[in-house]
Structures are given as structure tokens and as C-alpha cells.
Design a protein around this ligand. Structure first.
Ligand code: 26Q
Length: 808
């Protein structure tokens, strides 16, 4: 199974350097060595990929197509070496050739083709689908610029372009021979022939979609899958002097379109932006993907009539929702099927995962934009909408429900309803979230077609997020469970529970955590000049910045602690370091102010001698996958404090748990399921429950009353308002909490309502931390019970209950 020994790897690397750069190892730079390493592993995987594809075709296996506008892959070198079982050999070969392996790995840019949770989930699932030997392909856009690089300048976020492809393209395999043409705009002409109506789109703007494939290796298998990233190119040659006037303008237009479509990832997370370029991106990638799948299917089976038996298309939120009308277009316009037949096949092929209940994140596209940009797709959507509406009317005879379930309403196309109508399954991403979908957001649809609604609780790639990044803990687990069984069977981690009273084990666990903290402190010092005290509690909140995630609640508590320390310099005995990492969407002003506030507070505390060796706040710039990989193993406290009912699942919570951090959290998203396996005694739960949040809002929530009544809270908010030593005032955030602003109600996410409960949870946590043995035992239980949050489990559920494909 192992494709290389250290020796053969050295030879392959040396040959690659010579072939690609004309250099010997002595002459090559670290960058060149990084690329050569990627190319050597890519070659092995590409060869295996050919075999996997042959087998899938020969055995006529059903295939999974995972469509997502985001795949947050992060780095691949270490991961691929790990999966190919050559990581130790690669390390050794690099050292033998005169390089520092760790430096080579650290040099690789993150493939940041995603914003956060949804994109990282797609990346973890790709790993599991491959490891479980499911024939699967991921599809997305080959963005030239991934998620922006964040710099903090004078406490504020500045966005810089992320040119990841310079080095990152080493993993990509362009396949120009499999390019597809995607059409925009134009006019429709209808005519009768052979007894039925035909539609053709004339004078459309054509853009060429060229696949750039990223090969994905599974763990402990020769099975290889592909992430197909579409790049946009102009279809016409660059020399336009030869064209007539009309052709000249068309060619210029096509070139402009091709240049912009794959330029940049939209940096909004959990927020819908109705920009026409975004719709172009969505259709570009959907159309290229569906054509590519249909072409291959035809090639194998000679017909599209059995499409649904051999393919399933999973769509990651509504962003690829246009697969529904695009499949219809291909079945009807290109394969000559009638509507009913095409609809039957489409609705048996597509499944939709919802990732949010936030109203501002639900996609609703203006019909006028659809109409001009995608005239044929718009026609098909209208027909789907009309037929769906008749079905709803016949079922409910209730105008309110007709309106609620409508696909086209008020001049807009509602993508979630399109997905529900056009798919065979709809799933939420945690137990609580799926219940909210069924009982609230999609209640009426669920009343009509209850069989479509399912739950698949998210999971993470535990090989990456535990074994690969935390070798100390991996070693302990192997020793205690008798081998590496847990890598393929994550529930094996449960065996750790047996050591809850083994003092030697608990001490070893503590020692591993301490070493990881030291390692992270060194990394932080080297890479950003931040000085961390490894003896302080590492209390961490890392995730996108959004008001519902309540980073501001964390800040309010730290202000309270700081004030306590001013009243009594002995109030804190255990050093406590609060670490934050978060990118804010560039247009989300409030989120950016919260980042600035964290930095103001960090600065205040850093300059107050009272806080020395007691209290520290650090904002980690440019939080991303590779930084998370350094941070997770060193974390002790995981902040998962969203307003109950708002976080669909969370996946960071699972990464912390697996690495032995204890959670301070609300009963929200997957925290609920963490609590189910951990019990009250192994996490620090606090705050209102989802139903209480709803009731409080219904009955009228007045945060000012809390402000007036609660002295500690009032003092905190007043300090926030006045600001800190850098002279920046936060009157705006104060106003937003107490009176509302910009159309948002006062304290929309109930920070004030949960403030006291949160302070008490933090207090319980600090008291527990003082009892080292108890803490270590809790940490052990967290690791032991994290197995159900492995992506392998989640992917197996998709395979069994939605895709109906077999797996290892
Ligand atoms: C939509 C339209 C236009 C522009 C951008 C968008 C857009 C982009 C990204 C909307 C939403 C997103 C990302 C959402 C997301 O990451 N959701 C998270 O998904 C995770 C995986 O299921 C969950 O764990 C998180 O709870 C959820 O917030």
C-alpha cells in the first residue's frame, strides 16, 4: 500500500526538481521543494485515480456529486502524505535532502476556497467519502482569490488579496479536453418540429469552463476521488481584429465575463448578497458541472433515462440550487424528454442540505435578474413554480401556505423552496437545527412531504483534526486503545473512558496539553511576535465574526473580570488568556467594530500592570484552517456561546472537544448532542434554551431593564461606551445593545439576558481548572466521547439514508 520508501521518495523528489526547475536539491529553494513534493504525491494519486474511475465505470457504481460554492481545503501536503501513509518517509527524505520538513509544510498556502463552517465541512466530507471508498466528486469554482487575508492595522481589520495559486496550483491538474461551454443572456426562439415545441437560446454570451482537478487521497485505501474546480476562460481567440463589428463586441463581452467569473470568492458568511456576479458564478459552476456529469453518464450508459439510478447530486445549501432547472433543461432541451419524465428523474437525483435559519442568509434572487441573465432557466423555474403552487393549493387549500411555500413570490425566486420542491431529501445539520426546520422554517413543506425531511449531524475529519495535528494525543490514544483502530473506527475512542481514574494517564494527558501549549506559544512568537504564557488557561473563541455567535458577550465578561481585578488585585489567582480569531465580512460594519473592540481591550489589559500574569487578551490575526491546526491541540476552553437556536451546528466545537478542550456553551447546534454524550458534569452549559429565546422575544424583551437592575452589567456597558486607553469609544455598540440601531432591535441576540449565567459558567470553569485531576478527567471524557462527531459517521449516514450508495 505504501507507495514510497524514504529512499525512493528522495529519488522522486530529486528527479522532480531537475525536471521542473532544472535544479539539484542543493540549489533548490524551499518553495521549489514544496512544489516538487506536491507534484510527486500528485502523480501517485493521479495514477490511482485512473484505476478508481475505471472500476467505478466497470462496475457501473452509483456516484455521488457534492456541489458546493466553497471547499475550504487548507493545506494538502501533510494531509496527503498522511493519507498515503508516507508522512514519516517524506519528513525524513526532506531532511536528508537538506531541508527542514516543518518549514516546507509551513510554506504551503491554504487553499482558502471557502468562508468558514460550510466550506470546511465540504472538505472534511471529501476526505471521508474517499476513505469510505464512495465514488464521489466535489465540484466548485477555481477562485483566483480565496478568502481574503486579514491584517490588523491600528486595531482594525484590513483585507488583502489571497493569491493562493502561486504555490497552491501545484495540486491542480488542468483538463482542457473536458471543458464545457456555459451560456448567459441571449434571446429564446421557439419552434415546432417532430410534433413538439423546441427552444433555442440565440446570441447568448458564452464562457468556457475548464476543469482544474484536485486529486483527493483517502486514508488506508487506494481509492482516490476528485475535487473538480472550474476555471473560466473566453471561448474565442484573443485576436479580435478579424471579427465583424457584432462579433467584436460579443467577443469583448465574453472576455470580460470570463475574466471576472472565477476571480474572487464572496466573503459573506451566513449572509445573502444579491449581486449579479454571484448569480453568474452559481450558474457557471452548476451548468458546467451538470453538463460534465451528463456527458460522462451518456458515455457510459448511452441514455439519461437511468440518470437517477447512477447519480446523486448533494447540494451544499441553496447556492447550487440552479441544478434543479439546469437538469430539467438538459433532459428536455438536449435529451428530448417530456416534462413529467424529466421532473421524475430530477427529483430523484437531488438532495439539499440547509445550513442556516437566519432570515438574512436565505437566498432570494430578483426575478428580473434571472430573466435577463438566464432566460431559459427562468422559463423552467416559472413552470416548476406554477406546478408546485397547484400541488400546494390542492393539498392545503390555504392561501397563507401557498404564499409561504411559493417558489416565485413578490418578484423574487426563493431558492430554498426551489430545492425543497426539486429534491428528494432536505436535511439539517444537527438534531436541534433539523427540528427547527421541520417545526418552524419549513413547517408547511414538511406537513405536505414529511418523508423528505431528515437530520444528519455534522462531523469533522478526525484523522486531520486529531491524529495528524496532535501527535502527542494520537500517541496516547494508540497506547491506551491498543493501536490505530480509532482511525477507521472513531467510536473506539470510547475506550479512553476506562482510564478515568488512572492518575498516570491523566497526568500524561495534562503533560501533552502543556507541551502543545508551549508549542503554540512558540509558534505565535515566531510567526507574529505574540508572547503567550503557557501556564495560563487558554480560553479560545475562533470562528467567523457574527453577532449571533456573540463574541461581544465574551468581551463583556472579560471587561467584568478586568473591573473585578481593579477592585481587588487578588481577584484572579489563575492566569487566564483569552484568545480570539475571526474574520468579519468586509461589508459587515458592526462585526468590524467588534474586532476593533477586542483589540482595544487587549491593548488596555496589556498596558495595565495589574493584569500582568493574570489576565491577557490576544486577537490572532488571519484565522484560517492552518492556524486552527496549530491552535486546536493547545486549547483548553472552547467558547460556543451562540444565541440558542441560531447556530445550525458548529464544527469548531467538535474540533476542540476531540483535542480535549472543555466547552463553555449554550444548548445550540451540535452542542446539544455534545451535552447528550457528556452530561452536565463534563461541560459548562449556560443560558436560555432555544424555546426560551423564542418566548422571551415574543413576550417583549427589554434589555434596558437588565441594565437598570444589574449593577455589574451596567458598569461593564458603561466602560464599553467610554472605551479604553486608545481613545476609541464604543457608543455605537452600546446603543445597539440598549436601544437597537440600523433597523435591528435592541440586543437582538440576547447578550444581556444571558450575561449573568455566562459569568457564572466562566466562574465554574475557573474553579474546576484549579482541581487539576478533575479537569484532566473531564478532558479525557471529552476525547473519549467525541467519536460520533467524526465525518465518517456523518458521511455513512448520508450514504445509507439519502444517497443509497454502499461504503466501506
Ligand atoms: C450566499 C449568497 C451570496 C453570498 C454569500 C452567501 C453565503 C456564503 C456562505 C451564505 C452562507 C455561507 C456560509 C454559511 C455557513 O458556513 N454556515 C455554517 O455551516 C456549518 C456547516 O454546516 C454549520 O456548522 C454552522 O453552524 C453554519 O453557520
Amino acid at each position: 500500500m505504501t507507495p514510497f520508501t524514504t529512499k525512493t521518495l528522495e529519488e522522486a523528489l530529486t528527479a522532480k526538481l531537475m525536471l521542473n526547475f532544472g535544479k539539484t536539491p542543493e540549489e533548490a529553494t524551499d518553495q521549489e521543494m514544496m512544489k516538487a513534493s506536491a507534484l510527486v504525491l500528485r502523480d501517485v494519486m493521479a495514477i490511482r485515480g485512473v484505476e478508481t474511475n475505471k472500476q467505478t465505470r466497470r462496475e457501473q457504481k452509483k456516484q455521488v456529486h457534492y456541489l458546493s460554492l466553497e471547499f475550504l481545503m487548507g493545506r494538502s501536503l501533510m494531509k496527503n502524505a498522511y493519507n498515503l501513509n508516507v508522512l514519516p518517509q517524506l519528513r525524513e527524505a526532506l531532511e536528508n535532502l537538506g531541508f527542514k520538513a516543518a518549514d516546507i509544510f509551513e510554506l504551503e498556502p491554504d487553499a482558502g476556497l471557502g468562508n468558514g463552517g460550510l466550506g470546511r465541512l465540504a472538505a472534511c466530507y471529501l476526505d471521508s467519502m474517499t476513505t469510505l471508498e464512495i465514488p464521489a466528486t466535489g465540484y466548485s469554482i477555481c477562485y483566483e482569490l480565496g478568502i481574503f487575508k486579514q491584517k490588523i492595522v491600528e486595531g482594525q481589520q484590513v483585507e488583502l488579496p489571497d493569491n493562493w495559486k502561486d504555490l497552491g496550483a501545484a495540486w491542480l491538474l488542468p483538463k482542457p479536453e473536458e471543458a464545457q461551454t456555459v451560456h448567459f443572456g441571449g434571446t429564446l426562439r421557439e419552434f415546432w418540429a417532430d410534433g413538439h415545441l423546441h427552444t433555442v437560446n440565440e446570441n447568448a454570451t458564452a464562457v468556457l469552463a475548464v476543469p482544474c482537478d484536485m486529486v483527493v487521497a483517502g486514508y488506508d485505501t487506494n481509492h482516490v476521488n476528485t475535487l473538480r474546480l472550474w476555471d473560466a476562460r473566453a471561448t474565442k481567440p484573443v485576436d479580435m481584429s478579424l471579427f465583424s463589428r457584432g462579433e467584436y463586441l460579443k467577443a469583448a463581452e465574453e472576455e470580460a465575463m470570463a475574466e471576472t467569473i472565477a476571480k474572487v470568492l464572496y466573503p459573506e458568511d451566513n449572509h445573502y448578497e444579491g449581486k449579479s456576479l454571484r448569480l453568474k458564478q452559481q450558474y457557471f459552476f452548476v451548468s458546467a458541472t451538470v453538463q460534465s456529469i451528463a456527458t460522462k453518464h451518456l458515455d457510459t450508459y448511452g441514455t439519461l433515462k437511468n440518470f437517477h439510478e447512477k447519480n446523486v447530486i448533494q447540494i451544499n445549501d441553496t447556492h447550487p440550487a440552479l441544478v434543479v432547472p439546469e437538469l430539467m433543461r438538459i433532459f428536455i432541451d438536449e435529451a428530448g424528454m417530456n416534462w413529467d419524465e424529466a421532473w421524475e428523474i430530477t427529483t430523484k437525483s437531488v438532495a439539499y442540505t440547509n445550513h442556516t435559519v437566519l432570515a438574512e442568509a436565505l437566498e432570494r434572487w430578483p426575478q428580473s435578474l434571472m430573466e435577463t441573465l438566464l432566460p431559459r432557466i427562468w422559463q423552467i423555474i416559472q413552470e416548476i413554480s406554477a406546478r408546485w403552487q397547484r400541488k400546494v393549493e390542492n393539498f392545503y387549500h390555504d392561501p397563507a401556505k401557498t404564499q409561504n411555500m411559493a417558489i416565485i413570490w413578490g418578484g423574487e425566486v426563493r431558492m430554498a423552496n426551489l430545492c425543497i420542491a426539486g429534491g428528494m431529501a432536505v436535511n439539517g445539520v444537527s438534531g436541534l437545527h433539523s427540528e427547527i426546520l421541520k417545526k418552524d422554517v419549513f413547517k408547511d413543506a414538511c406537513g405536505m412531504e414529511p418523508w423528505k425531511f431528515q437530520n444528519v449531524t455534522n462531523g469533522i475529519d478526525h484523522r486531520r483534526w486529531l491524529s495528524e495535528i496532535n501527535p502527542g494525543l494520537d500517541g496516547l490514544i494508540r497506547d491506551l486503545t491498543g493501536g490505530d483502530d480509532y482511525l477507521m473506527h472513531p467510536l473506539t475512542l470510547r475506550k479512553l473512558d476506562d482510564y478515568a481514574d488512572d492518575k498516570a494517564v491523566l497526568e500524561r494527558l495534562a503533560e501533552i496539553k502543556h507541551q502543545n501549549k508551549v508549542a503554540f506559544a512558540n509558534h505565535a512568537k515566531r510567526s507574529r511576535g505574540v508572547i503567550l504564557n503557557p501556564d495560563a488557561i487558554f480560553d479560545v473563541q475562533v470562528k467567523r465574526l457574527h453577532e449571533y455567535k456573540r463574541q461581544l458577550l465574551n468581551v463583556l465578561h472579560i471587561i467584568a473580570l478586568y473591573q473585578q481585578l481593579q477592585d481587588d488585585p487578588n481577584a484572579i489567582t489563575q492566569p487566564h488568556t483569552f484568545l480570539f480569531g475571526a474574520k468579519a465580512a468586509p461589508g459587515y460594519a458592526v462585526a468590524k467594530r467588534i474586532i476593533q473592540l477586542i483589540n482595544s481591550l487587549a491593548d488596555q489589559i496589556a498596558h495595565d500592570p495589574i493584569c500582568k500574569d493574570k489576565l491577557q487578551v490576544v486577537f490572532l490575526e488571519n484565522y484560517r484552517v492552518s492556524l486552527a491546526e496549530h491552535l486546536m491541540p493547545a486549547s483548553e476552553v472552547s467558547q460556543q456561546i451562540s444565541t440558542a437556536g441560531k447556530e445550525a451546528s458548529g464544527t469548531g466545537n467538535m474540533k476542540f472537544m476531540m483535542n480535549g478542550a472543555l466547552t463553555i456553551g449554550t444548548l445550540d447546534g451540535a452542542n446539544v448532542e455534545m451535552h447528550d454524550v457528556l452530561g452536565d458534569e463534563n461541560m459548562f452549559l449556560f443560558g436560555l434554551h432555544a424555546d426560551e429565546v423564542e418566548r422571551l422575544k415574543r413576550e417583549g424583551y427589554v434589555p434596558q431593564r437588565l441594565y437598570n437592575r444589574d449593577e455589574k452589567l451596567r458598569r461593564c456597558l458603561d466602560a464599553l461606551r467610554a472605551g479604553f486607553r486608545d481613545g476609541v469609544r464604543y457608543e455605537d455598540l452600546y446603543q445597539r445593545l440598549l436601544f437597537g440601531s440600523g433597523g435591528s432591535p435592541a440586543d437582538e441576540y440576547l447578550l444581556l439576558a444571558d450575561f449573568q449565567a455566562y459569568c457564572q459558567a466562566e466562574k465554574r470553569m475557573v474553579e474546576t481548572y484549579a482541581d487539576r485531576e478533575k479537569w484532566n478527567r473531564m478532558s479525557l471524557h471529552n476525547i473519549a466521547r467525541s467519536g460520533i462527531f467524526a465525518a465518517d459517521r456523518a458521511v455513512a449516514e448520508y450514504a445509507d439514508n439519502i444517497w443509497h450508495v454502499s461504503h466501506k
